[in-house]
Structures are given as structure tokens and as C-alpha cells.
Design a protein around this ligand. Sequence first.
Ligand code: PLP
Length: 357
Amino acid sequence: MSMYPLLEVYLEKIKDNAYKVLDLCSSKGIDLVAVVKGCSAFPEVAIALMDAGVRFLGDSRIQNVKKLRKAGIAGPIMLLRIPMLSEVKDVVELVDVALVSEISVIKAIDYEAGKLGKRFRVVLMIDMGDLREGVWPTNLLSYLDLIKGLKNVELWGVGANFGCFGGVLPTPESVSMLVDYASLAREYTHFDVPIVSIGGTVALFLLENGVMPEGVNQLRIGEAILLGRDATRERKIPYLRQDTFLLKAEIVELKFKPSVPIGEIGVDAFGKKPQFVDKGVRRRAILALGKQDVIIDGLFPQADGIEVLGGSSDHTVVDVTDFPNPLKVGDIISFELSYGAMLMASTSPYVSKVFFS
Ligand SMILES: *Cc1c(COP(=O)(O)O)cnc(C)c1O
């Protein structure tokens, strides 16, 4: 198998990010759930995070949880995606806490936990406006009524998501409302309900600015630790590293060509009408890297003077006219990645992976 495209994973840099995020959390008495789904839960990354002091991991897929268990990770794992009914049995066996929002699933968890003779912890998700998962607040009491009657389910906490589907930014006001729902749940059920859990990375901003409401005691963070970025706020997090994952691809053609295609323009292989700016004749490199490997829009060239023009399933075209150093076919171009690009590159079987400690 050829070596490129190659995903390089820098474990020490990821650990540095984890230290910083852990510090920020612990200064406010908040527990961190480090989310590893963005790199398909590479066990090397999970182990590095535990080395850095992370005690709680989160992932959205039961296959990834299985992979982590197989790699010997015995510590607590939270399942982030609300479970499929068809996977509840595995969930109860393999994870320690699940986020939930559906009555039928909560009942199925109760049933399977009963069979195993255990009490299973759930965090009831409440939709605070992002419109992904979560109980609508006006229906909260009926869910609490149900959970009160179940023997094998422990209502460990309430939780919410921000910046995931609707791109909604958490505010001190919206997060305070979640804290209030936690109080309501405690009064109404007479359970402890010790955890108020929010995520993801977009919520870190509240901690940085000292406006995280009292009562939040768990943060679920992935992107900041893995990539040092906050996609929802479109920022590089200034005190974290972004060069944690590098994708390297090889040049297979290097030629001067016009910057606008010749002839009438239809749509590309993916049904999009490409747009071109006429910059005259440019020097362009074709890389052996495509949409089967990565999200091309999420490639950020490490060197100055390189611009990604676009690509197709197996090719990426970059403009290298302004790159100051000599280049030839066979040379390697290196990219930092967006969250989506990291996700795809780590998942693609066509991308080789190498880990540096
Ligand atoms: C992915 C996910 C997170 C982490 O989000 P990041 O933006 O990567 O930090 C937190 N909570 C839930 C429920 C998630 O699905």
C-alpha cells in the first residue's frame, strides 16, 4: 500500500491542548468529558488524553466505544449520540453514561439494565434552541414522571448541546436556564441529579470569559482539544495548538495552465457549478488526494503561497504560483485540517495514519 495520503497525528500537542482545557475547567470546578469522535476514537489519542489527566471520554458511536474497550481503556465512557433502540443492549453493557431524549429508549435501557442487574446512568438532554437532540422544555415534567417510575435508570444529570446543528451560541442566560431545569428536576423527582452537562467546544468561550453560570459542572469538549479550533465561532483558539493533525499529499502533476477552464461550463462531478476567477496563467499542482480522503474545503495549507482551488473524488488542485521554493512532481504538500476534514481523513481507509509521541 502506498504511503500517501498520510495523516500525521501529534500526540504531545494534543496532550498540550488537553492540559490547557483541563486547567480551564478545573479552575471552575468543572469535570471534562474529552470527546474523541472527531478522530474516529484513535486509541493512541484516547490513551494520550488519559495520560494528560483526562478521566472521562465521550464518543458518539458504539463501534468506537468497542474499539476503546478493546484497546484496554477501562475508564468511564459517555455515549454522546442518543442511542438507537437497536443498540441499547450494547450501550448498557459497554458505556457508563448515555445521553437520552426518547421515552421508548429510556424504557429499553431500563429493561436491559434490569436484565444485567445494574442501574444505568442517563443524562436527559434538553433542547435549548440548537434544534438537534433534546426534550422540549415544556414537556420536561412528563419525562421526569416516567423516569421516576423506573427502577434501573438513574437520572444522573441534565444536559444540552450548543453549536451543533443550529449553530446556536450558548449565552450565560441560556445556560442558566439549563441550570434552572436541573433544580426543577431535583425538586420534582427528589433524586440527586448531580450533573449539569453542556457541550461542545463553543461553550468553552463562556469559561474563558468568566461568564459560565454557577451550577454547570461538566463540559463535553472535542474540537478544542483535538484541533485547537472552534468551528461555530470560526476561530483558532489562541492558547491552543492547531497543528495536531497534518494531512500530507503527493504532487502528481505540476504545470502552468490558465485559471479559467476552456469551453462551456456545466456542473462538476458532484453537481456543483464551479466558479473561476481569471488570474491569467498560473502554476498548479495536482495532488493525489480527493473527496474519498478528506473534505477539500477543510484543507489549510501549512506553507504560505499555496491556495486550494478545489478537487474531485481523487484529485485536489492547488495553485502554487506564489510558493517561493522550488517544487517538483513527487514533492509533498502539508495541510492543517478543519474538524470535518479531520473526521474524514481519520475515517477514510485510503489515508495512512502515523502517530508521533
Ligand atoms: C460532538 C459532541 C460534543 C463535542 O463537540 P465539540 O464541538 O467537538 O467539542 C459534545 N456533546 C455532544 C452531544 C456531541 O455530540
